[in-house]
Design a protein around this ligand. Structure first.
Ligand code: SAH
Length: 393
């Protein structure tokens, strides 16, 4: 292996010297050898100096760098990287926690493992690979997880069917690589949630909102809460602790069922909660004065840069509807999880929305992703979740 050598065009080595983990195809001068999808390749500058070793992938991001050192990325190498990711979560207090048994164990570039996501759900590790290079290592990763987690690990599920590159010649199947547990119930900050990785979106649960959900709890007392784009109803569950009423809205029927189920799991048949299957924009057509806390956590409106302006329009429209209609003294939790929408862009669309309504709006909090979704300082793209808490007079 590693006999494929990729030489960069003059000057195109700069980002590698700044430890950015991606090599774009346009930066490549010549490929010596004919790498298959997912092969390890060595990257050199124009003067034949070694720069990095990474996974090759035909497409815009041609190489995802695994190491800036001239190493052989064998099982021992990946064991060290995953152990480091686990130790980091230990340091965050997530691995031995009486109130939380769900966390992200590996966050791709954020943990120097580009293309690999591993979420831990009360014993079951759900892996999602975004590159063929990582996908080809799934058996090794399973062995490493068994070794590092011991009896804490009851299963490893591979959910890469929808996440491997679109043009990839490799066909993944969602399946257990170890164990065969059904859906599990996880605990987060003392609340319980059913997680079904087989039918659910992404790996089954949006772990990245954990701290924002906890923050929500500081503002829910006695309020009439509207949770838009509710999915598992996770924000609704937190809100139910002390809100006057909670309405969950999602366009997907299965999401609505799951939200109802999670409310029952924590609060039984509590009439304060109601879930509505509806399109967000329709539902928010006329909600004037009905709510004094609104959560807006839409799916990524922009997945690619070329649809950025449409996405910003989407955020603006949505936020106008909420800011315009919320009760005076109301609070809005508004988010964007689109990677291509920057913090500044998002704030600008919320600003434009506020200006459209003419209401007084203050920013109470600015939120991001939790520490188990770390941002690699050399890879600003790993920062994707942004949120604002607004007070509307
Ligand atoms: N807030 C959730 C995550 C939201 S994911 C959590 O904390 O877990 C986005 C959700 O928006 C999905 O469940 C999807 O079904 C829903 N959705 C997508 N488009 C929608 C629309 N136009 N109207 C309402 N819901 C929509």
């Amino acid at each position: 292996m590693q006999n494929v050598k990729i030489v960069l065009k003059s000057g195109k080595d700069q980002s590698v010297h700044r430890y950015h983990p991606w090599i774009f195809s346009g930066a490549i001068k010549k490929i010596y050898g004919s790498p298959a999808e997912g092969d390890f390749v060595e990257v050199y500058d124009n003067k034949d100096t070694f720069l990095a070793v990474g996974h090759y992938q035909p497409g815009s991001i041609a190489v995802r760098i695994i190491s800036f050192k001239n190493v052989v990325p064998d099982t021992g190498f990946f064991r060290d990287r995953i152990r480091s990711a686990l130790n980091y979560r230990k340091a965050l207090g997530l691995t031995e926690n009486d109130h939380t048994n769900v966390y992200r164990l590996v966050h791709a570039e954020g943990d120097d493992l580009p293309g690999l996501i591993i979420d831990f759900y009360n014993g079951v590790a759900v892996m999602q690979m975004h590159s063929v290079g990582m996908y080809r290592l799934k058996t090794e990763f399973t062995g490493i997880l068994k070794e590092l987690l011991g009896e804490k690990l009851t299963g490893v599920f591979d959910k890469s069917e929808e996440t491997l590159p679109y043009m990839s010649g490799v066909k993944a199947t969602n399946e257990f690589l170890y164990g065969n547990a059904g859906p599990v119930t996880v605990m987060e900050n003392g609340f319980h949630f059913k997680v079904d990785w087989t039918s659910g979106q992404k790996t089954g649960f949006f772990i990245d909102q954990r701290e924002n959900r906890r923050l929500l709890n500081e503002y829910t007392f006695g309020r009439q809460v509207l949770n838009m784009f509710g999915y598992t109803g996770s924000f609704s569950v937190y809100a139910m602790k002390d809100a006057k009423l909670v309405h969950t809205v999602d366009s997907s029927a299965s999401a609505i069922d799951l939200a109802d189920e999670n409310i029952r799991l924590n609060f039984g048949n509590d009439e304060r909660h109601q879930a509505f299957k509806a399109d967000a924009f329709d539902f928010m057509g006329d909600i004037n004065g009905r709510y004094d806390l609104i959560i807006l956590d839409p799916p990524a409106f922009a997945k690619h840069k070329n649809v950025l302006s449409n996405a910003l329009q989407g955020y603006k429209k949505l936020n106008i509807k909420a800011i315009e209609q919320i009760k005076p003294g109301g609070i809005i939790f508004t988010f964007s999880c689109s990677q291509v929408v920057t913090k500044e862009n998002f704030r600008k669309s919320v600003f434009t929305a506020a200006a459209n309504t003419g209401r007084r709006v203050r920013i109470l909090h600015q939120m991001g992703q939790p520490a188990d979704h770390p941002v690699n300082i050399y890879h600003p793209e790993s920062e994707y979740l942004k949120g604002l808490v607004l007070y509307v007079e």
